[in-house]
Design a protein around this ligand. Structure first.
Ligand SMILES: NC(=O)c1ccc[n+]([C@@H]2O[C@H](COP(=O)([O-])OP(=O)(O)OC[C@H]3O[C@@H](n4cnc5c(N)ncnc54)[C@H](O)[C@@H]3O)[C@@H](O)[C@H]2O)c1
Length: 252
């Protein structure tokens, strides 16, 4: 196991669960100090405690609501106070679409999905970029989705938010690459997490078979390894990509 991230500081939003938890653990296994940020303090503290016990790396939990700009700014201040820097950030906190179909989608669903999945990413990028611009370096990865690249039925509002995340990623990538900051996105297909279990319930196993040419869901660790690679110097020339990690779903 290489420990090339020793001395670096990583921030993961939505680190209490699923893809965020797996990514926080993967950053730590590579040696980074990790800030696990989430609205769920029980799960977030558990991820940080797991890292400190099993990964030979430092970790701390910060409670955050990514829909609230002041809460996000406080998260970045806590990161720098605790570990002295912010080198890598994974903007991952998200919620599923609750609508059965676009035409019956409610205002409440729109506001919740847009607020967490799009405005939340924008809040985080703003605060992270302020910090990284002062340092003259950094790497940001946003968690979009396959629904950020192609149309997915019954995921209209979620897909609009995720297409927005891809747009934010590309614009920021171009604007900030000349100033030493790489910005990219991952676009996962179906991943086995609390989010997909809540969204698809008993349909999940059947969906997994049809989701992609591999005929299965991803495990969160399969997204985590891609995110950590994108944040590392191994991806030093990768800028502004929205990278499908979807078992080939968007290739067909
Ligand atoms: N699971 C999938 O199939 C899949 C596919 C593509 C993209 N994604 C994206 O991956 C990301 C993580 O999803 P997951 O599947 O790991 O889900 P998850 O439910 O396991 O984790 C999401 C985390 O985000 C946190 N969160 C929600 N709202 C928040 C807020 N306002 N402030 C701070 N934290 C908040 C939750 O508490 C939770 O810990 C999401 O952005 C999701 O859209 C998931």
């Amino acid at each position: 196991m290489d420990r090339k991230l020793v001395g670096k500081v990583a921030l993961v939003t939505g680190g209490a669960s699923g893809i965020g938890r797996a990514t926080a653990i993967e950053f730590a296994r590579r040696g980074a100090a990790v800030v696990v940020a989430d609205a769920d303090s029980t799960g977030g503290k558990d991820t940080a405690a797991y890292i400190e016990t099993h990964c030979d790396a430092r970790a701390t939990f910060v409670e955050v609501d990514v829909t609230d700009a002041e809460s996000v700014e406080a998260m970045i201040r806590s990161t720098v106070e605790r570990f002295g820097a912010l080198d890598m950030a994974f903007n991952n906190a998200g919620v599923p679409d609750r609508a059965a179909s676009l035409h019956v989608s409610t205002q409440e669903n729109w506001d919740r999905v847009m607020s967490v999945n799009l405005k939340g990413v924008w809040h985080c990028m703003k605060a992270e970029l302020d910090q990284m611009l002062a340092a003259g370096k950094g790497a940001i990865v946003n968690n979009a989705s396959r629904s950020g690249l192609v149309g997915v039925p019954s995921d209209g509002v979620y897909g609009a938010a995720k297409h927005g995340v891809v747009g934010l990623t590309k614009a920021a990538a171009i604007e900030f690459a000349p100033r030493g900051i790489r910005v990219n996105a991952v676009c996962p297909g179906l991943v086995e997490t609390a989010l997909t279990r809540a969204r698809f319930g008993e349909e999940l196993a059947a969906r997994a078979k049809l989701a992609n040419p591999l005929g299965r869901m991803a495990q969160p660790e399969e997204i985590a390894s891609t995110v950590v690679w994108l944040c590392s110097d191994a991806a030093s020339f990768v800028v502004g990509v929205a990278l499908p990690v979807d078992g080939g779903a968007t290739a067909r």
